[in-house]
Design a protein around this ligand. Structure first.
Ligand SMILES: Cc1cc2nc3c(=O)[nH]c(=O)nc-3n(C[C@H](O)[C@H](O)[C@H](O)COP(=O)(O)OP(=O)(O)OC[C@H]3O[C@@H](n4cnc5c(N)ncnc54)[C@H](O)[C@@H]3O)c2cc1C
Ligand code: FES
Length: 504
């Protein structure tokens, strides 16, 4: 590993905030609305619903804002790399405009909460840019500017930015925003408990039964009874909505390095191509931390995770003169096949079970927008975005991308069963993780630096695919629907709700 990389993954957002400490659910409770997951969707929805007079219970498997929302880049913008020219072509002007305006409305909702609640979360208005590093992507940038202007969004074409290198051109959205996501979410979470509402941590939900009322059942068998439930677990934990087949999990990487404030590029940037770099800075105790993101891939499909961090570090060195990387971390989000998130009822026959997923790595605005939409649906308030984001819409099943991704799942399900056929635990070296075979069973074996072997079943507890080792994160990642487990088999990321079985 390069000298310039820290040896452990650690999100700056988590490292720079105190741990939250909410109780675990230890007895049955009854509320108007139960919310599973305390990320940006869950906490924003809880805030909006409580403010409207509902009692809520937020149920979080780990800690508030330690999931994707605690590992994001946290640009709050309606400029989602390049999306508007495509939406205009595929969905027409009315729907493409709704997409843009609903994301703008979400951005303003965040600004309003920051102001109303006096949240100290480094919220700053910034311009947002998607740039063409070379002339190759310029026509896409120009098409995006034209489409966004036509839709009434704050777009313009620029050739000059404060980046320390030349670009061919960029689409600029004025007056967007950035913040410290954990400071924001933890603050909002603090306003929820009381008057019959709760936040529970270390409370993993296994399933939801029935409606009228919904029974939300925790791992320890405690039950929350509620008229409505929102599944805000990023990757939905209830399979009956089939979201694991309507979106795929994409993992992406971030590094953070202190820079001279004079080198601050003063905006939020992302490159136009598939091998983009995402760039922003954040203030901390009078210093400036530069964040560079990128190197994304489908979960469970990259064995070169260390090299991915190294490539980001090299970019920071060559473009910004960075000498040392202070932080590195990664996370994942569900990418929807038609570029629209899924927000609404879980299935056509559900009237009280709601879901929000498929934010495609642009979930700061979309999570907030999802919370606004779902709270309106629960409160019976008409909302113009309902149809556009309808989580039960059928179209995504037939896109080229969805066919390819679901075919990939089938290939993994069958092909990965051949993994490790001839390998045994004795062949696992120190610091290495490998799928091996023991008495015909697939075992995920990791030998730590002290030489201790940790063995768990390699069969994912979601739908039975074989997990793969992620060297940088030291986790077992499932290539089928993005489930992740620690080397000891504990669930780190949904859709699985059960740990990998221990192998003695
Ligand atoms: C690398 C990267 C960079 C990104 N950068 C940006 C950006 O700059 N701008 C932007 O707009 N978006 C960005 N995104 C996307 C954005 O961060 C996400 O879309 C958003 O944070 C998702 O929020 P969430 O509430 O859905 O998920 P989460 O924050 O993950 O919340 C879900 C919660 O549910 C909990 N949970 C899961 N299962 C259970 C269970 N069984 N029981 C109880 N709780 C459970 C989890 O522990 C978690 O806390 C980025 C995404 C990635 C991957
Ligand atoms: S996440 Fe679905 S099979 Fe593993």
């Amino acid at each position: 590993m390069s000298q310039s990389l820290p040896d452990r993954s650690h999100s700056f957002w988590i490292a720079s905030t105190l741990d939250s400490s909410y109780p675990t659910l230890t007895q049955d409770v009854s509320v108007d609305v139960a919310i599973v997951g305390a990320g940006l969707v869950g906490i924003t929805a809880a805030k909006l619903l409580k403010r409207a007079g509902k009692t809520v219970a937020v149920l979080e498997a780990q800690k508030v804002a330690t999931g994707v929302s605690g590992h994001t880049t946290a640009k709050i913008t309606s400029l989602h790399q390049l999306v508007y020219a495509d939406l205009l072509k595929k969905l027409g002007e009315e729907k493409a405009r709704l997409y843009g305006l609903s994301n703008q409305a979400a951005l303003e909702q965040v600004a309003t909460f920051v102001q109303e609640e006096q949240i100290d979360c480094d919220f700053e208005r910034k311009d947002s840019y998607t740039f063409a590093p070379s002339a190759q992507d310029l026509d896409k940038i120009e098409a995006e500017v034209d489409a966004a202007i036509r839709l009434g969004l704050p777009a313009s074409f620029v050739k000059e930015t404060k980046l320390p290198f030349e670009i061919a051109g960029a689409v600029k959205f004025a007056n967007q925003a950035q913040f410290h996501p954990r400071k924001y979410i933890l603050n909002l979470a603090g306003t929820i408990p009381g008057d019959g509402s709760y936040v529970f941590e270390s409370t993993r939900i296994k399933t939801v039964e029935g409606e009228n009322p919904c029974r939300i059942i925790a791992e320890n068998k405690c039950v929350v009874t509620a008229r409505d439930v929102i599944i805000a677990t990023n990757a939905p934990i209830l399979d009956r909505g089939l979201f694991f087949a309507k979106a795929y999990a994409k993992r992406s990487y971030l590094i953070g390095a202190w820079i001279d404030p004079a080198k601050d590029p003063q905006g939020m940037y992302i490159g136009a191509g598939g091998d983009y770099r995402s760039i922003r800075t954040t203030p901390h105790e009078g210093k400036t931390l530069l964040l560079i993101g990128g190197e994304g891939h489908k979960v469970g499909e990259a064995s070169d995770t260390e090299e991915r961090y190294e490539r980001l570090a090299e970019y920071a060195r060559s473009k910004f003169g960075v000498e040392e990387v202070a932080y590195r971390w990664s996370t994942q989000d569900m990418v929807s096949f038609d570029r629209l998130p899924y927000i609404g009822k879980l299935t056509p026959i559900n009237n009280h079970t709601y879901v929000a997923t498929g934010f495609s790595l642009w979930g700061m605005s979309k999570s907030t927008m999802a919370a606004m939409l779902l709270s309106d649906m629960i409160l019976g308030i008409d909302n113009p975005w309902i149809e556009l984001y309808d989580a039960t819409r059928p179209t995504p099943f037939v896109t080229q991308e969805s066919i390819k991704q679901n075919l990939d799942v089938g290939i993994h399900w069958v092909g990965d069963r051949l993994k490790g056929l001839l390998d045994s635990p004795e062949n696992v070296r120190q610091g290495e993780g490998k799928v091996v075979s023991v008495n015909g069973k697939k075992i995920a074996a990791y030998r730590d630096q002290m030489g201790t072997l940790h063995q768990v079943s390699a069969v994912c507890t979601h739908l039975g695919c074989i997990v793969a080792w992620n060297a940088a994160e030291q986790s077992w990642d499932c290539p089928c629907h993005g489930g992740r487990f620690s080397y000891e088999g504990e669930v780190l990321h949904g859709p699985p709700v059960s740990n990998l079985k221990k192998h003695q």
